[in-house]
Design a binder for this molecule. Structure first.
Ligand code: NAD
Length: 320
């Protein structure tokens, strides 16, 4: 299948490119490289350096590629930037999204998959939230993800295509961008590998559901290919398990010490410092992914321990 992946040069998008190729599909990538990198992609993947805000250029790509499915990952993905620059957030995450879906249906694309966010949609939840939990987005980023799902439903109803929204929990893994929702894993890994002291915001008692990037790519592949019972389905993609930032710091520390010892490097790692709390940070966010298990046949495969092992190794191998 010809699959156009927006944001394919980014963290999650590039893992989706890998998963699509492994399954025998032909991926095409649109990305403006604002946070992604060409190095994340195999050299032979057709690549279009286009800003999704630029409608004529988006239209040209679709006319050339004529994809059968679109996997829309490109986004302004910083919650704090969305608070500082809500208009910029809406230009990329709403107007850009409309350009992608509008041009997709014009060339007969039959399936639209969208990277939404369970991490920001459900607000503060202490028990795993299912997809029917009320949406309570607070930040412009969360609001644009919620509105993005509504736009997707419009295109599904109007053009009789299949639409899938994947509401990711906090995604981490190799190639991760430190500015994203689960950026803390990248930040801790890079700092500790350099022998620097990590800083925890506030008391660190902020629970999150950490899901491994290549597992999220597998969920996208299923969303792009499986027959579904409804024209529009939203799925949570997470583990249902909570880890707070203090526990996460301990687990990253363990993996960094393992790796440094294996490399024969002697580094004294000072205990983490606690800085001021970040205003607006949710205390707890965790999702229930039973629907994805039932309808997509998807479950997370990689435990947090194994995922952090691989992630720390990747950052050590790619240290600049
Ligand atoms: N990482 C997480 O924990 C997480 C959680 C929930 C949802 N998401 C969503 O998943 C998607 C992928 O996020 P990621 O973590 O891989 O981030 P990322 O920054 O690595 O990937 C986003 C990609 O989009 C590209 N991009 C940004 N603006 C663009 C524009 N105007 N035109 C074209 N390309 C543009 C970037 O260059 C980058 O390659 C995003 O939609 C994000 O909102 C991520």
């Amino acid at each position: 299948m010809r699959i156009l992946i927006t944001g394919g040069a980014g963290f999650i998008g590039s893992h989706i490119v890998d998963a699509c190729r492994e399954a025998g599909h032909q991926p095409f990538v649109v990305d403006d490289l604002s946070s992604g990198s060409r190095d994340n992609l195999p050299a032979d993947v057709p690549f279009f350096e286009v800003d999704i805000r630029d409608q004529p250029s988006v239209a040209k790509v679709f006319a050339e590629v004529r994809p059968e499915a679109v996997c829309h990952q490109a986004a302004q993905m910083s919650v704090s930037r969305s608070v500082r620059e809500p208009a910029f957030d809406a230009q990329v995450n709403l107007l850009g999204l409309v350009h992608i879906f509008d041009e997709a249906v014009k060339v007969g694309c039959q399936r639209l998959v969208f990277a939404s966010s369970g991490g920001v949609l459900y607000g503060d939840v202490t028990e795993p939230a299912d997809e029917d939990s009320p949406a309570a987005p607070i930040s412009p980023y969360g609001i644009s993800k919620w509105a993005g799902e509504k736009y997707l439903q419009f295109f599904v109803n109007e053009h009789k295509v299949q639409g899938v929204a994947l509401r990711y929990a906090n995604v981490y893994g190799p190639r991760q961008n430190p500015h994203g929702e689960a950026g803390v894993v990248a930040i801790f890994s890079q700092k500790m590998l350099r022998g620097e002291t990590p800083r925890i915001n506030g008391d660190g008692r902020y629970d999150r559901d950490y899901v491994y990037g290549p597992d999220v790519a597998a969920a996208n592949l299923a969303a792009l290919t499986k027959t579904l019972p409804e024209p529009f389905v939203a799925f949570n993609i997470g583990t249902g398990l909570k880890t707070d930032v203090n526990q996460l710091e301990e687990q990253v520390r363990k993996q960094v010490l393992r790796r440094l010892a294996a490399d024969g490097r002697k580094v004294e790692l000072a205990p983490a410092e606690h800085g001021p709390a970040r205003p607006g940070d949710l205390r707890s966010s965790v999702v229930c992914a039973k629907r994805a298990e039932n309808l997509l046949g998807w479950t997370p495969r990689v435990s947090l321990e194994e995922g952090l092992h691989r992630t720390v190794d990747w950052f050590a191998d790619h240290a600049k």
